[in-house]
Design a protein around this ligand. Structure first.
Ligand SMILES: [Zn+2]
Length: 254
């Protein structure tokens, strides 16, 4: 019963996130004239193609997309599968957090963190940028989670600061040697925030996992002849999510 309610809750947030990403990207990155003219937080849902307001019964997460067979009711335009896939992604990520955590405080905070991570990952993957506002929200949520998990202690904070400087040094070194940016400033800010949410013994594993995922993408994209610029923030977000669902074994590194 509770899991069904939680899935409905996650589906609603998934639907919100899918529409918010569309609005955020079109206002701040793509500079779409219509989206720039509206208030992206209060404007009711509208069709991305003909801008007609959408009736509430066509806004049911996942089901509306399936029922309408991916076509907008107003103008017949194809609805991008990105909305549907984002909803599925949020539902799956929330469900996994629900299964792998036992206290409601942890489940709720980790769910909101995973929502922010999905926002960061999807925007970074496509546009290679991490919005500063999302980093600020993540920072606040990470501080609260760190306190809830009893990790908000001086050595942990010290490790977070060192991690930031380590990435900053890597960025500087790469720039000196290769003359181009290998790491964005967004990644340099994101990494220390993520370290706040895990025990410091797992920080090297977080970095290693994100790097391995990045290397994997690099080889896959050069095979597929796609542009080989790696969105490291995307991989950091995935590696951090694995920590939220307690994927990493606590290694006896101490
Ligand atoms: Zn339409």
């Amino acid at each position: 019963m509770i899991i069904s309610l939680y899935i409905i809750f996650s589906a609603l947030l998934g639907s919100f996130l899918a529409s918010f990403i569309y609005r955020y990207v079109n206002k701040n990155i793509e500079a779409d004239a219509y989206v720039e003219s509206i208030n992206i937080y209060t404007e009711p849902s509208f069709c991305p193609t003909c801008k007609t307001k959408i009736d509430w019964y066509h806004l049911i997460p996942v089901l509306s997309y399936l029922f309408l067979r991916g076509k907008a009711k107003c103008c017949g335009a194809t609805i991008s599968s990105k909305y549907f896939l984002t909803e599925i992604l949020v539902i799956s990520s929330f469900s996994l957090i629900f299964i792998t955590n036992d206290s409601w405080g942890l489940i709720l905070f980790k769910s909101f963190i995973s929502l922010t991570l999905i926002f960061i990952a999807l925007i970074d993957y496509q546009y290679k940028i991490i919005p500063l506002s999302s980093l600020l929200i993540l920072f606040i949520l990470a501080l609260i989670l760190s306190a809830l998990e009893g990790l908000f202690m001086l050595p942990e904070i010290f490790v977070a600061i060192i991690s930031g400087f380590l990435l900053l040094a890597t960025r500087w070194l790469f720039f000196k040697l290769k003359g181009k940016e290998a790491l964005g400033l967004g990644d340099v800010i994101l990494f220390p925030i993520l370290t706040l949410m895990i025990p410091m013994t797992l920080v090297p594993i977080l970095l290693l996992t994100a790097s391995l995922l990045g290397i994997l993408e690099f080889f896959l994209s050069s095979k597929l002849k796609r542009d080989s610029e790696i969105a490291f923030g995307f991989h950091l977000a995935i590696a951090s999510y694995l920590g939220l669902v307690n994927f990493y074994p606590i290694l006896p590194l101490i």
